[in-house]
Design a protein around this ligand. Structure first.
Ligand code: NAG
Ligand code: NAG
Ligand code: NAG
Ligand code: NAG
Ligand code: NAG
Length: 394
């Protein structure tokens, strides 16, 4: 491991020294989005927690937010690619580079992005986990290593990201976050995971919410001199990868905070239907971005953003079937009987940004434009019981 480690660290350093892109592409509603992921709690438990209740006073509680499936890892992947491709486990996976992600979408407007992972040993570190001074593993790319499972990185499994030095340099540690915050260079689109203790995976709900309160309260100050995030309208989402119970439709707690949330909405609740695909649709609506041609295209947009952009949200027509607890068949499913090829995106979809499918996706998948696709404009939700329906692209 140490050879690999050194090589990756070196790659990280070589590409990591590029000057930070400080130009801001303004959004219609906010200029920066930071999503912070804790692990494995049910909505009903989280909202009873005193530290969470303190944070709730500063923001919007999203009361009908559902993780996409179990276990952890597929939810992290879904939030950047618009599908989890049937993933039903936490073992190491790789997603081929013909699957595009939100990174490619943001690139069309030069919107900066990063993933910050606590205890990631260096920029672009790609091994499965890292050890702290006492020999326990704390950062985890996804799990498996020791039988346990906390999937931590949203981005590192995608070949379109992990084979590209510029992208790898955007996968950084919490120390780098502190430096970027001080320098006023935190990118515009950010996913973050604290380590396995602070995210609650190896600890408790209370341990993680206490960490979240201490981490977040200083960032919420609307003081442009003391808090570099205050210079731009910043929305900070505190969310969970999945519910703890497997016997319910995977309802999680999600809170929207920060200077990008209208003051009049502080301490309120929003009962719009959301899944992890909604972060993609919200970014697309805010920055007038193209979509990936997958489940991102018809996902609901965070309501206060939709209100400002004129986007119409709706419940999925098949809401009654909502379960989101078991993954459908796909190329990342670990059972032979449930293997399917990478589905073609639906190249005809128009997403929440009012734009069509990303030109890069159009070009990669053009040969399969005549094939059936599981993605449509219905906003329906699918799982191992209500499986995706393949239809002609339209
Ligand atoms: C698939 O993953 C699940 C969850 O980790 C595990 O219980 C099951 O044994 C795995 N099946 C195969 C065929 O590897
Ligand atoms: C996408 O990549 C996978 C893995 O390399 C390959 O099996 C599949 O045929 C590719 N699909 C297209 C449309 O290029
Ligand atoms: C290692 O363990 C000691 C004793 O429990 C503790 O004080 C220290 O904070 C630990 N170090 C890390 C990096 O967790
Ligand atoms: C978390 O738990 C796993 C397995 O139970 C253990 O191997 C690992 O060292 C723990 N990590 C921390 C940071 O506590
Ligand atoms: C690597 O990523 C950067 C930033 O997203 C992009 O501009 C560049 O085209 C990518 N390079 C390759 C070879 O895909």
């Amino acid at each position: 491991m140490s050879n690999n480690f050194l090589r990756l660290l070196l790659v990280g350093f070589l590409v990591g020294l590029a000057p930070a892109n400080s130009a801001i592409f303004p959004g219609r509603v906010f200029d920066r989005f930071i999503s912070i992921w804790l692990e494995n709690q049910d909505f009903a438990q989280v909202i009873k927690d005193p530290d969470f209740a303190i944070l709730k006073r500063y923001g919007i509680l999203q009361t009908r937010y559902y993780a996409n499936t179990h276990p952890s890892q597929p939810n992290y992947l879904a939030s950047v690619a618009g599908d989890h491709f049937g993933l039903n486990h936490d073992e190491s996976v790789r997603v081929p580079d013909n699957v595009s992600t939100i990174v490619d979408v943001l690139e069309t407007r030069g919107i900066s992005w990063a993933g910050y992972y606590e205890h990631m040993p260096g920029p672009g570190y790609l091994a499965d986990f890292s050890l702290d001074a006492n020999g326990t593993w704390d950062y985890v790319k996804k799990h498996n290593q020791r039988g346990e499972s906390p999937a931590t990185s949203h981005f590192a499994s995608f070949d379109s990201i992990n084979k590209n030095g510029t992208c790898l340099a955007q996968l950084r540690s919490f120390e780098a976050f502190k430096r970027d915050l001080a320098a006023g260079t935190v990118p515009q689109y950010v996913m973050m995971s604290p380590d396995m203790r602070n995210d609650g995976h190896n600890t408790t709900l209370e341990y993680a919410t206490k960490w979240a309160r201490e981490f977040l309260l200083p960032l919420l100050k609307d003081d442009k001199d003391k808090n570099s995030l205050g210079k731009e309208r910043t929305v900070i989402q505190l969310t969970y990868d999945e519910a703890d119970s497997y016997d319910q439709p995977n309802r999680i707690a999600s809170l929207l905070l920060g200077t990008g949330v209208p003051k009049s909405l502080e301490g309120t609740e929003d009962a719009t239907f959301y899944t992890h695909y909604s972060v993609l649709a919200t970014a697309q609506s805010n920055w007038d971005l193209p979509n990936l041609g997958r489940y991102d295209a018809a996902a609901n947009v965070f309501q206060f953003v939709a209100d400002a952009t004129g986007h119409a949200n709706r419940d999925p027509a098949n809401l009654a079937a909502l379960d989101n607890s078991l993954s459908y068949a796909g190329f990342l499913h670990n059972e032979t009987a449930n293997q399917l090829p990478v589905p073609p995106p639906n190249l005809k979809l128009v997403g929440a940004g009012g734009q069509g499918v990303l030109p890069m996706v159009q070009s990669i998948w053009k040969e399969l434009a005549g094939e059936k696709s599981p993605y449509d404009s219905s906003g329906n939700v699918y799982d191992g019981k209500t499986v995706p329906v393949y239809r002609p692209q339209e």
